[in-house]
Design a protein around this ligand. Structure first.
Ligand code: SAH
Ligand code: ZN
Ligand code: ZN
Ligand code: ZN
Ligand code: ZN
Length: 455
């Protein structure tokens, strides 16, 4: 299953990042909610607020139609949440080697709380436990929320040597706790970690870790913004690097907005940045974040069954590194990769330079084949099909209807650009409906009736 992919990527829903109403967004315990717009064929659209960080009802059940007033109860709840969020939290004491640790609660056992853990299994922490929480803690693999998948040894080695080789001295890690704990041990660089996983508070003081939500750029600590600003501007922008490995269900337009805010925090310049994301979402990155190149390096995780480079996955991991660092500067390991002089970048060994495309065209690592009719390179094993007008697998369902715009069906544009969109959303009527809440997404569905899925 895809790392966190289920979180936002439900067709028929857009997140509206540039909305003017942003300041008025209601709050959930993950900070300001996001405004989404849901489309249903023949019914137009309707806007609603939902949690930015999580699509699991069990973790956050916030939901609010944008065109409905908050009920008295909800207003009260808003006040409470606001209070909770603005309360000055006392960070727990940072744990040390030889401290006692409760395995069940994943927290330290102190003289004050000893009673709570009396019946639990505990252990004495070793130095390596304390230095690498990503090995001590159980990974929060909920794909609709944390999607916590840790890099394996090889990827850690690749990232940390790349960082050293390129001379970055100031690294802001976002959602990369394992990389952070490795970089931290290097004496010549400073690192700072932002992650929504508050268990990490027990390992690091707020001088190197802050609980943070990357989908609304929200710091849970009051002076978090200042701390992050301070970190980003303590060294020159060319020595500073941001590296982020988000849940892949997060929409790229939201992440793009966060990156822009963080760049602004440091200086007015665009900072060198690495975004870890799957190759099959390359178009989303290209569309939302300018000037990022996808590198061929296959990012591999230690606790993900498919996103890993082992013998069970013949094509290796589909996860890649997207970056605004010039591609010729990022050397990829000799085993598996080579330098293409014409493209001026490192590519998979099997990535052949196509003379017609004038590029090394492989995306998934296999050698692609040029199709003269399609005028582009395609995956090996595809055959050109005249009915479909494209290269397809030999056993494809021929002539299957292509999916066009969700509103009018036109194949040449997507819902977002549909000329009928404005008209339809104005025409659609939203009478009172009884709503049950879907357990898989933060959008409501009508009671009993199965919701039409737009795929
Ligand atoms: N590969 C990385 C971990 C990536 S898993 C490593 O090995 O270091 C994704 C991480 O992002 C998790 O640690 C998770 O807690 C964090 N995360 C998930 N949603 C987040 C959000 N909304 N804001 C900030 N961090 C988030
Ligand atoms: Zn929430
Ligand atoms: Zn080609
Ligand atoms: Zn073709
Ligand atoms: Zn066909």
């Amino acid at each position: 299953m895809v790392k966190g992919l289920k979180m936002y990527r439900s067709f028929g829903v857009d997140a509206l990042v540039d909305s003017e109403t942003e300041q008025d967004s209601p709050l959930c315990e993950h900070g300001p909610t996001l405004l989404f717009e849901r489309f249903t064929v023949g019914k137009g659209s309707r806007k609603y607020y939902a949690c930015s960080a999580c699509r699991d009802r069990k973790e956050c059940d916030f939901f609010q139609w944008a065109d409905e007033k908050l009920t008295k109860g909800k207003l009260l709840r808003q006040k409470e949440v606001k209070k909770i969020l603005s309360k000055k939290r006392k960070s727990p004491d940072v744990i040390k080697e030889n401290d006692e640790w409760c395995i069940q609660c994943e927290s330290s056992v102190t003289i004050q709380n000893k009673d709570e853990h009396r019946e639990h299994e505990t252990k004495i922490l070793s130095l390596s436990d304390v230095e690498s929480p990503s090995h001590l803690l159980t990974a929060k693999e909920n794909k609709k929320y944390n999607a916590q998948y840790f890099f394996d040894q090889e990827t850690i080695k690749f990232l940390s040597t790349t960082i050293s080789r390129l001379g970055y001295k100031n690294i802001l890690c976002i959602g990369t706790p394992r990389l952070f704990e490795v970089l931290r041990l290097k004496s010549d660089i400073s690192v700072f970690l932002l992650d929504i996983d508050k268990r990490l508070h027990q390992f690091y003081s707020s001088n190197s870790f802050l609980q943070y939500n990357m989908f609304n750029n929200f710091f849970f600590e009051k002076n978090g913004v200042e701390k992050c600003k301070g970190f980003l501007s303590q060294k020159s922008p060319i020595e500073t690097l941001i590296i982020v490995d988000p849940p892949f269900g997060g929409l790229v337009n939201i992440l793009a907005k966060t990156l822009k805010s963080l760049w602004k925090m440091g200086s007015e310049e665009v900072l060198p940045t690495i975004l870890v994301f799957p190759y099959f979402l390359e178009s989303h990155v290209n569309k939302n974040i300018g000037d990022f190149t996808m590198l061929d390096y296959k990012v591999s995780y230690s606790n993900h069954p498919h996103y890993t480079n082992n013998s069970k996955n013949p094509r290796g991991s589909p996860v890649r590194v997207f970056t605004n660092i010039p591609a010729d500067r990022v050397a990829l390991p000799q085993e598996g990769y080579r330098f293409c002089k014409l493209c001026q970048r490192y590519v998979y060994k099997g990535n052949r330079h196509c003379k017609i495309c004038k590029l090394c065209t492989s995306k998934d690592g296999r050698t692609y084949v040029h199709c003269k009719t399609c005028k582009k390179c395609v995956k090996p094993g595809r055959v050109h099909c005249d009915t479909c007008g494209s290269c397809e697998p030999a056993n494809h369902e021929c002539g299957r209807e292509k999916i066009g715009c969700h509103i009018c069906g036109d194949l040449n544009h997507k819902r977002r650009d549909c000329p009928q969109k404005k008209m339809e959303s104005r025409l659609s009527s939203h009478g009172k409906r009884s709503i049950t809440e879907d357990t898989t997404r933060n959008e409501p569905v009508k009671k009993k009736k199965k919701r039409k899925t737009l795929v």
